[in-house]
Design a binder for this molecule. Structure first.
Ligand SMILES: [Zn+2]
Length: 89
């Protein structure tokens, strides 16, 4: 699989690290139920078959955080953008 980094261009998957679902809110650590919420946020996620937005880090390239829209059934990548742009949208 190859990912077209908006800064570096088309690169091999081995240069990236996937950090899971994009747009997944992280619980506040100072809440009384923070441990249960972190368990849910980290381990009890949906695992959809189909188009999915993921957060990737270009560790061996420009070190940018990217939001990748990928079909989990075919690994077809439909869109890549900087994660900072995703937050602004
Ligand atoms: Zn890059």
């Amino acid at each position: 699989m190859r990912i077209a980094c908006p800064f570096c261009g088309d690169r091999d998957l081995s240069e990236f690290t996937c950090f899971g679902e994009a747009g997944c809110p992280r619980p506040l650590p100072d809440r009384e139920d923070a441990a249960a919420r972190f368990l849910e946020a980290v381990y009890l996620r949906d695992n959809p078959a189909g188009v999915h937005r993921e957060l990737w880090y270009h560790a061996s390239g420009c070190r940018s955080w990217l939001e990748v829209t990928r079909d989990t059934r075919t690994h077809e990548i439909r869109a890549v953008r900087f994660a900072s742009e995703a937050r602004e949208a």
